[in-house]
Design a protein around this ligand. Structure first.
Ligand SMILES: [Zn+2]
Length: 206
């Protein structure tokens, strides 16, 4: 069982709604169970693909907020605010400032370390700032967290290209296009739409 770190229940839902089934469909949450493994509280959420009906279990490590229900909504609100501030900084062209906001979004304690969109934006920003290896690694993290997101593979293609890895770039670009076509029929929910509205700095990276 692969544990996903979560610092709020709100993030657990954001993470699940960002995923795609292999058929391209989005998930709908069905059931939630708290369990313990080696004293670690784990939230097991079962979701169902809206398109093909396949069930999938997500396991979140919730030890940082287990039993502290009251504070959880404000905690994710701070992460969302940092994401928003980062996107606004990108829109203004303040890429260094945006990096600071995006680092807070994915901070292990202050933010949500498994937030794919946070890692993606951070990675694209690092590419623009010329930190190509670091940018590539961040985008890789985004892909690992949300493997069926077309935009992340497009970003990885860009990063690989900047590093001179042309074959990898072509493979990632082809994969991105396949995912885009497959996912197209199921539009993104509001949270993700907000996270993707920012113009991607990659378009300025050359
Ligand atoms: Zn499906």
């Amino acid at each position: 069982m692969k544990l996903i770190p979560a610092n709020s229940f709100a993030f657990e839902l954001v993470h699940i709604y960002a995923q795609r089934c292999d058929c391209g469909g989005r998930y709908e949450v069905r059931t939630q169970h708290l369990l313990k493994a080696n004293e670690t509280p784990i939230d097991r959420i079962t979701a169902v693909c809206r398109r093909c009906g396949t069930e999938r279990d997500f396991f979140f490590d919730v030890h940082t907020f287990y039993g502290l229900e009251e504070g959880t909504s404000s905690r994710f609100a701070a992460t969302e605010a940092a994401l928003q501030a980062g996107i606004e900084a990108i829109n203004r062209g303040d890429f260094e400032e945006a990096v600071g906001h995006m680092r807070r979004v994915v901070d292990a304690e202050q933010g949500e370390p498994a937030f794919g969109w946070g890692h993606y934006h951070l990675g694209m920003l690092l590419l623009v700032l010329g930190r190509r290896e670091a940018g590539y690694e961040e985008i890789r993290r985004a892909v690992a967290l949300v493997p069926n997101e077309a935009e992340f593979h497009r970003g990885l293609a860009k990063a690989a290209e900047l590093l001179g890895r042309i074959e990898e770039a072509e493979a990632e670009r082809a994969l991105s296009e396949n995912l885009r076509q497959r996912n197209e029929a199921d539009p993104p929910p509001a949270v993700e739409a907000a996270a993707t509205e920012a113009p991607s700095p990659s378009r300025d990276a050359g």
